[in-house]
Design a protein around this ligand. Sequence first.
Ligand code: KG4
Ligand code: ZN
Length: 342
Amino acid sequence: MLVLGIESSCDETGVALVEARATGVPVLLADTLHSQIAMHQAYGGVVPELASRDHIRRVLPLTERVLAQARVDLRAVDVVAFTRGPGLAGALLVGAGVACALGAALDKPVLGVHHLEGHLLSPFLGSDPPEFPFVALLVSGGHTQLMRVEGVGQYELLGETIDDAAGEAFDKSAKLMGLGYPGGPALARLAEQGDPAAFKLPRPLLHSGDLDFSFAGLKTAVLTQAKKLGADLEARKADLAASTQAAIVEVLVKKAMAALDQAGLKRLVVAGGVGANRLLRAQLGAATGKRKVRVHYPELQLCTDNGAMIAMAAAMRLASGVATASRSYAFDVRPRWPLGEI
Ligand code: KG4
Ligand code: ZN
């Protein structure tokens, strides 16, 4: 079974093709991506209207490219999957509209996928796929969640952020340091030249005893510190970046370890854009090594948004019987969509 996956929830257009076989995890045949980063950079963040218009320009050429890469004819596609939410409404409508139009034209069923489930299952595309059950640390631009994952479609929320996501804390701190967009990778790069102990920044909810996060106060503390530095900020920017990154990473690592203890599991999956962060990977490696916990990551290029994870999530949902694709092409999108509601 060939599943075409279309991702358009935010600022990347991703199209990919996976093949689900009778046994084993589905296989990625081809994957294409267009990132809008260069376009949004001039505005310091994602401009939703521009994002939608760019998805429209990119999605069919990317589809043609992915089919050419896989040497597969469009008519051989069995299911067309798309990101139904959460994300920017206009951007989601592009992927959903194109997917349903393709499905209708080909007389093939379509399936809307939850973007976070895509992130969650993306490590199955790697060379070291996890086994169920596991604890998932989902750290994307808009979400920070810990989940107990029993199987495809069986997700129990253990804790989540009560305000900003970790990715948001990276992005907002980077913005107020003048590091532009996307801030996370820029802040992480600068942090490598700084001293993580230079500034004492709060570790919100570190000892709260539950698995929730809060990063809004950290961002405010970074802002206060930046103001205090005034003209000296420029010279101390790397130190402030390193201190900010250290605070975010420490909280993520401690809470992930607490979640493993609470769930009584020895397997951790890290997914979402912040999962690309090198310090996070190093510190998770150190913390889990001591506990004999296995950590699984998606391939580095599949940490951020992509079509492969959408095609993969659709294929796994279909294979495990938790979802069926449908020939109803009257689509809707879910800009706000808690993962628990799928
Ligand atoms: O999963 P993702 O691509 O998009 C969403 O679904 O939101 O995550 C994007 C987030 C952004 O906040 C970005 O700054 C962050 O991931 N990010 C990073 C790194 N690479 C991406 N944050 C810290 N360090 C990185 N290396
Ligand atoms: Zn994402």
